[in-house]
Design a protein around this ligand. Structure first.
Ligand code: BGC
Length: 348
């Protein structure tokens, strides 16, 4: 079968190539790929900045945002041939640490977890893949190709759960949410935060293109410019840019008692504000700054439920480009009007 593979930490090594059929040890359910979407992590791996091949191998099959159709459910009877499924990304560490032991590998304490398509286990950008029944999630067939958006939605389901959990340390009824960054994660965060009727604002750099309209279609408010100029103090800020100055401004702008949830993975930059000044702002307003990565099965369940409630026409507008696997180079390139790029392996 063919797969999109890469030699991690070596830029320019992505190939669409023939590899052996998926190893039975990767799971008893055999799936034919329908689609895999591309996220910033995939691009970073392709650029040689991140990623680990399986032990003893030099190449890794890319892809962690999956949608496929069961061809052989194996001995497990909770899945049947034809079911649409997506696969959880992270697997517990072998020790396991206390969190991995209780099914919270998203909160792994020792860093020895593995991740499909990212860290030491093959991903889903192959014509066929295998998955363990306990790490497969059924997708409502009515969602069709939009089911590929489940994984990024799980990241949001976890982030918002974290925000509410830490917010409960005191009496707190959040009403306003600012999302920084109108990429797929930011837009999905805005859409999910709108479901319970929260007042949602989204800030991004771009002034035209599909993003402002997508935000307005949610009944949310679109902003450009600085977080410091949005004109109110949000109870919650979901930071999806990973940009130092946006993070620093978010900590300064969040309301007293509010929570800043960091989901973006950035790097470098210059210190836009002295750390002690930022800390003082957080201390004097009782703020929590919480980092959130990955998602466990509970978040996959929640995300599946939330995704099912979002407007399908709106969701379909998040996918701005479909590419064939052989066009992996274009798929892994950032283009100005891209929101979500989907690599399509087959029809739904
Ligand atoms: C994935 C997460 C993963 C993280 C770090 C993200 O792109 O969505 O599942 O934990 O990268 O590797």
């Amino acid at each position: 079968m063919k797969a999109i593979t890469v030699e991690p930490k070596k830029p320019g090594t992505v190939r669409y190539e023939e590899i052996p059929e998926p190893d039975a040890r990767e799971g008893s359910i055999l799936v034919e790929a329908i689609a895999a979407s591309v996220c910033g992590t995939d691009i970073e791996i392709a650029e040689g900045k991140y990623g680990w091949a399986p032990p003893g191998k030099t190449r890794l099959v890319l892809g962690h945002e999956s949608l496929g159709r069961v061809i052989d459910p194996g001995p497990n009877n909770s899945f049947k041939k034809g079911d649409l499924v997506s696969g959880l990304v992270r697997r517990p560490d072998p020790v396991p640490c206390p969190n991995c032991a209780v099914g919270e590998s998203d909160m792994c304490r020792n860093g020895r977890y593995t991740e499909r398509g990212i860290k030491e286990i093959h991903g889903f950008m192959s014509e066929r893949w295998r998955i363990e029944p306990e790490f497969a999630v059924k997708i409502d067939p009515a969602l069709g190709i939009l089911g590929v958006l489940l994984e990024p939605t799980t990241v949001i389901a976890k982030a918002l759960e974290q925000v509410l959990a830490v917010g409960q340390r005191s009496f707190w009824e959040p009403k306003t949410v600012l999302v920084t960054g109108a990429g797929p994660i930011g837009l999905l965060a805005a859409a999910v935060a709108r479901l319970p009727g929260l007042e949602v604002h989204v800030l991004d750099r771009v002034e035209s293109g599909p993003k402002p309209e997508l935000v307005r279609a949610l009944g949310a408010t679109y902003h450009t410019g600085s977080v410091l100029d949005i004109g109110f103090e949000p109870d919650v800020i979901v930071e999806c840019t990973g940009v130092g100055s946006v993070i620093a401004d978010s900590i300064r702008q969040v309301a007293a008692g509010g929570v800043v949830c960091l989901t973006g993975v950035g790097a470098g930059g210059t210190a836009p504000r002295a750390t002690a000044d930022m800390a003082a702002a957080a201390v004097l307003k009782n703020n929590v700054i919480v980092g959130s990565v990955n998602a466990n099965k509970r978040h996959w369940y929640k995300a599946n439920e939330r995704l099912g409630r979002l407007d399908r026409t709106w969701l379909s507008r998040l996918i701005t480009r479909y590419e064939k696997p052989e066009n992996f180079k274009q798929a892994l390139e950032r283009k100005p009007d891209d929101i979500k790029v989907v690599i399509q392996f087959g029809e739904v």
